[in-house]
Write a protein that binds this ligand. Structure first.
Ligand SMILES: C[S@@+](CC[C@H](N)C(=O)[O-])C[C@H]1O[C@@H](n2cnc3c(N)ncnc32)[C@H](O)[C@@H]1O
Length: 249
């Protein structure tokens, strides 16, 4: 395990996390402005969602996604249930966010399959758009880690696709109706290829959630989303927790 990842893993196990924040009160990078955001609203619905809190207590050891973004994914499983169809996550790592979505679908009694897609060999397609990535990051995982988490949470509605999505595993996606797509791949070209492959299989009302939107160092994903905003068939929402949503019209 890389020293940086080891430190992060140890801290996470003790309830702490490290995030890169702007050096100054505000910072410019790759043409974007950054500043720590402190919303004035304090409503925290996750705290009174006992099923979420219980599941997150287990899943938090297997994820880089914080409780705010995790609760948004959990809520979107319910919000998109009325659209009908399956759920796809690209960028699974140790399974935290994907298995949490599968748990919510199970609790809802839904029939959707949650496709969990990862190389299990780390980030791919890092390029000139991505200031902090070189490729191979987050390779410290294995399918058995994801399977163990699914088993701990009593989840049986997942299918794991191993390899680069969509290049190597797109053909194994046996769904023509994707209601929710979670893209957590860290870099521009992977994010773009995932959208291009899934969008024709997404019905009206389907939602794409981009992790990494607005994190310093993930500027490739921010740029990818900002390009997609120009499309007439997508509505853009920026959540300052580090998510961007594109909703299919
Ligand atoms: C930040 S991690 C995912 C974190 C995870 N969602 C969680 O709950 O912590 C990013 C993952 O994306 C995967 N990845 C990046 N591009 C990919 C692609 N095109 N196909 C499959 N996996 C990819 C990497 O292997 C890595 O495990």
């Amino acid at each position: 395990m890389l020293p940086k990842t080891l430190v992060k893993t140890v801290l996470r196990a003790t309830g702490f996390a490290i995030y890169r924040i702007p050096r100054a009160a505000s910072e410019q990078q790759a043409g974007y402005s950054y500043s720590q955001a402190h919303p004035n609203a304090t409503l925290a619905p996750w705290l009174s969602d006992a099923e979420f809190m219980a599941a997150f207590e287990t899943a938090k050891h297997n994820t880089l996604v914080d409780i705010y973004r995790m609760y948004e994914l959990w809520s979107l499983v319910r919000e998109t249930a009325k659209v009908g169809g399956d759920i796809v996550e690209i960028g699974v790592w140790r399974g935290g966010s994907g298995v949490m979505m599968a748990k919510k679908e199970t609790l809802l009694g839904g029939s959707g399959t949650i496709y969990l897609c990862d190389t299990f060999e780390g980030v791919v397609k890092a390029g000139t758009e991505d200031s902090d990535y070189r490729g191979g990051e987050h390779r410290d995982t294995d399918t058995s880690i994801v399977e163990d988490l699914a088993s701990s949470l009593g989840v049986k509605n997942t299918k794991t696709l191993v390899g680069i999505f969509p290049d190597q595993t797109g053909a194994q996606l046996q769904s023509e109706r994707i209601r929710l797509l979670h893209i957590d791949v860290d870099v521009y070209q992977s994010a773009r290829d995932c959208v291009d492959f899934v969008l024709p299989r997404m019905p009206s009302g389907g939602v794409i959630v981009f992790d990494d939107y607005g994190f310093v160092g993930c500027d490739g994903v921010t740029r990818c989303v900002d390009e997609l905003r120009a499309r007439d068939d997508l509505t853009y929402v920026h959540n300052i927790n580090g998510h961007a949503l594109l909703i299919k019209r």
